[in-house]
Write a protein that binds this ligand. Structure first.
Ligand SMILES: [Zn+2]
Length: 294
């Protein structure tokens, strides 16, 4: 079976990143699978706690297993931004490959204590755990404000503190905050890439970049060069989905959802393809390095 730890290790060594795309419905899942199949890219498919409760933990696992075989795609599942242990435990039980324990808004000591607990449980099943200490501000939608306003609400990740957290908890991945706000804003957020370089040198874990939607492609590439191996994308998929569906429904009298969803799937697929190309993961699912683990 493909192994996400191996995939992220190769990505880090070779200087590319695995896209982590949010989905909570069949149409978005199809768009991600089609893009990953076409470009032969490994992908992480994830859902927030709210999205997962809407879909069902086990149903999400089973549909993705089925599509993974159908499309012959290297796809892994992540539970995104979960703080409730019930949801994390269920994701571990049904066999997600990754869980993101987001204790970023908890007191530091509580975050460490709970992250250790999650790591212990997940590692027994060889699953990866992502941790977070500095809350990533914003939300996955279209905002009228400038990114800087929302960046100022957060605490930027400090390398020494991040290293201490990773050492204390043994999390496999750390979600950093270097100005990468969630959502799409009136302007692109400026990333603190020097800070990322420092974190990358100091912290002994994979690093993930959330808020991958509004960031300039050139900055995404620089972030990958400076140690990012996993990039989360949600808002741009939601926006393509929403706008295309709205436009389609204005002009069609088609009642069959699988028919009027076709342009929606196509547009979301285009966004996923664009991101995969920027992340440098195209063609990597079939590379001999990754095939070795199958
Ligand atoms: Zn996030």
């Amino acid at each position: 079976m493909p192994d996400i730890r191996h995939t992220l290790t190769i990505a880090k060594e070779e200087g590319w990143a695995v896209g982590a795309f949010n989905a909570a419905n069949i149409s978005t899942l199809k768009a991600i699978f089609r893009a990953a199949q076409k470009l032969e890219a490994p992908v992480i498919i994830e859902s927030s706690v709210g999205e997962t409760e809407f879909f069902g933990h086990r149903a999400f696992r089973e549909v993705i297993d089925s599509y993974r075989d159908l499309y012959d795609v290297q796809a892994f599942i992540n539970l995104d931004h979960a703080v409730a242990l019930e949801s994390i435990n269920e994701a571990i039980r049904v066999g997600y490959e990754l869980v993101h324990f987001d204790g970023g808004e908890l007191p530091y000591e509580d975050n460490v204590k709970l992250a250790k607990k999650v790591v212990k449980k997940a590692h027994q099943k060889e699953l990866l755990v992502e941790g977070e200490i500095d809350h990533i501000t914003g939300s996955s939608k279209l905002h009228k404000s400038k990114a800087a306003q929302v960046q100022a609400e957060g605490n930027y990740t400090e390398a020494a503190r991040a290293a201490e957290f990773v050492k204390a908890t043994n999390v496999d991945t750390l979600a950093v905050f270097i100005g990468n706000v969630h959502g799409i804003y009136a302007d692109s957020p400026e990333l603190d890439l020097e800070r990322l370089q420092e974190i990358s040198k100091t912290v002994d874990s994979f690093l993930s970049l959330h808020g991958g939607s509004g960031i300039r492609d050139a900055d995404i590439k620089k972030a990958i060069k400076n140690g990012i191996s996993k990039i989360n994308v949600n808002s741009e998929l939601r926006l393509a989905f929403f706008n295309t569906l709205k436009d389609t429904l204005k002009t069609t009298d088609e009642l069959a959802a699988y028919k009027f969803m076709t342009p929606v799937i196509d547009e979301v697929q285009k966004v996923v393809e664009k991101k995969i190309k920027v992340f440098g993961s195209a063609g990597k699912a079939k590379s001999k390095w990754l095939r070795r683990s199958i």
